[in-house]
Design a protein around this ligand. Structure first.
Ligand code: DER
Length: 228
């Protein structure tokens, strides 16, 4: 369908940013999965020699399956390029991420990257962040107080449930809980990020500010390069 083609087009455009010998960060989600598939083909046919670390167990399994050489986290490891999706992008390339539940490792790798390249279909572009519920990764013990604190901040929180069996809460790769906060409009993302970071038990939030260097955004057959 049209949306899937837009995701594939963005993924294919991102592959052209990969240089032989690069150390890559691999994102999570359906758009990033297309990129990993295309990267796997380029590695398998000898077009590219790369090493990579993934932002989720799911992406790691996909990369391993495709024969992409994987790197374990180690001191001093930096990524030449990380390619990842997003749930929302605003004109300053501030992002909401975490729809796929991988926001903690995504932010860890984004921060360890020389260059974070976002790939997204045009539905992700928004004038102001917040329509997409803001994901948090939360330590289980802290949940009740985190829910109170986030509600106080004006973002009605919803505990995310496991898609396979909905009576179970969703779990991150770290075994923590995921909470989606319905702020609707986030007028000051930096202020909200600071407020969220001070709530004990909030391991990470899905506001990615000042991290993305560029975004490849597809609309139909067109691929736009967006920069902050
Ligand atoms: O969780 C994330 O941040 C992912 O990048 C994800 O939300 C993007 O999802 P999609 O590529 O499946 O639309």
């Amino acid at each position: 369908n049209q949306l899937n083609q837009e995701k594939q087009l963005a993924a294919a455009a991102a592959l052209r940013w990969v240089r032989d010998g690069m150390i890559l960060g691999l994102g999570t989600g359906s758009t990033a999965a297309h990129f990993i598939t295309l990267l796997g083909e380029a590695v398998r046919n000898g077009q590219l020699r790369v090493q990579a670390t993934a932002t989720s167990q799911a992406s790691e399994a996909q990369a391993r399956e495709l024969g992409i050489p994987l790197l374990e986290p180690r001191r001093g490891l930096r990524f030449d390029l990380t390619v990842d999706g997003a749930d929302e992008l605003d004109p300053q390339l501030r992002l909401i991420k975490g729809g796929g539940g991988a926001l903690l490792r995504e932010k860890i790798l984004a921060t360890a990257s020389e260059y974070l390249l976002i790939i997204a279909d045009s539905s992700k572009l928004v004038p102001q962040l917040g329509q997409f519920p803001l994901p948090l990764e939360v330590v289980p013990f802290a949940l009740p107080w985190v829910l109170d604190a986030v509600a106080e901040l004006g973002g009605p929180p919803v505990l995310r449930h496991n898609r396979q069996n909905p009576q179970e809460p969703a779990r991150s790769d770290q075994g923590n809980l995921l909470v989606d906060c319905h702020f609707n409009q986030i007028s000051d993302p930096a202020q909200l990020a600071t407020q969220l970071q001070t709530i004990p038990g909030v391991v990470e939030h899905g506001l990615f500010l000042g991290l993305a260097r560029a975004a490849l955004v597809t609309q139909g057959e067109q691929v736009m390069v967006a920069r902050p």
